[in-house]
Each structure stands twice: as structure tokens, then as C-alpha cells.
Design a protein. Structure first.
Length: 65
């Protein structure tokens, strides 16, 4: 569960950053929002889900401290 959460965090960050970069480039160039802008809320949702999953699950590394 923890590993899936970490993957979702990275996927969410990737989707959000790519959506911001290409979405605003299209917005400036063509004057209208494109499918890239729709990736931002999807990436944020994946990021939020991944952070929640990592916080509520135990890490697979055992701490012996």
C-alpha cells in the first residue's frame, strides 16, 4: 500500500507539472484551454490520494530504532 502511494505521488506531480507547462503554453499561444489544463486537477487528485495512502500505511522498511 505504501509503495502504491509513493507511485501515485510521483505520478500526480508529473501530471500536474506537465499540465501546467503545456496547458499554459497552449493558453497563451491559442487563447483557449486545452486537454493539458484538465490534467492539473487529475494530477492533484492523484497527488492527494498518494499522500493519504503513504500517511495511513506503514512503510515497508522496518525501523529498529
Amino acid at each position: 500500500m505504501h509503495k502504491i502511494g509513493v507511485i501515485l505521488v510521483w505520478l500526480g506531480l508529473f501530471l500536474t507539472v506537465i499540465g501546467l507547462i503545456f496547458g499554459f503554453m497552449d493558453l497563451v499561444k491559442y487563447g483557449e484551454a486545452s486537454i493539458w489544463i484538465a490534467m492539473i486537477p487529475a494530477g492533484f487528485a492523484a497527488l492527494l490520494t498518494g499522500v493519504t495512502m503513504t500517511q495511513f500505511s506503514k512503510s515497508e522498511e522496518s525501523d529498529t530504532m
